[in-house]
Write a protein that binds this ligand. Sequence first.
Ligand SMILES: [Zn+2]
Length: 286
Amino acid sequence: MPELPEVEITARRLGATLAGAEVESTLAPGMVAVKTLDPPLAALEGRAISGARRIGKMPVIEFRAGDGEPLDLLVHLMSAGRLQAFDKRASLKDRRSRVLLRLADGRELRLREFGTKQRAWVKLLRDGGVEADDMVATLGPEAWPAPPLDALAAAIDQPRHLHPLLRDQRAISGIGRSWVDEVLWEARLSPFKKGSELGADEVERLYDGLAVLGQAIEHYEEAIGDQVPDKLPMPLQVHRREGEACPRCGATIEAVYYAEHQMNYCPVEQTGGRVLKDRRLSRLLK
Ligand SMILES: [Zn+2]
């Protein structure tokens, strides 16, 4: 589940290793993965990658050097996509391949997707197209670096529980199911507190809690070489750590399970000692 820190390190590494590399040919084995028709993906052939950047949880591969018009490849990894550079080309039998950019130096930039669903996508956009794209134009402020306090307060001033609110990219962008637990734990806030109910001191704690995203990026800078691995060494302290001791107070980390994800929290520091029961919560959340 690549979120802001994982996509940031992906963009940094891809930008560094691929800058200057020329695209020889393009392939889209996952036919539905390319969401734009004009310009066609083949417009990248003969163009050099000039860099990469990140917007929210989305990497952008840039083609902004040379004679051609500036183009950006906006990538949405969804929950199971990976965007990586490989030294050799993929076997055409690899069913995880969605979009392949074959480079003149023999390498390949590959969008793959694990699992059976085809949800990851790319859009090839002209200059200004990324900013105008629906997915980008509707994003809330970036979660890292944290927005100024008043902007953060405004972004989350909604009568919704913090856990889904912070994962809503239109409210604040970059946070998903893993890092939301870490941010809330760091801020010592209940996942069921509503955004609009936070006092000024709580907004400040949330602001400070967002720093875990930057710390994760620093961790990846140390731990990851040129090639971003399939599975990143995520420095998580509470997410998926149910039953373990809270690293701060020693209480047992609790969990609430949902159909497709789980939430973890420290009952002593975040919910006033209350252990939230799954059944009660699933009703409460409807
Ligand atoms: Zn604790």
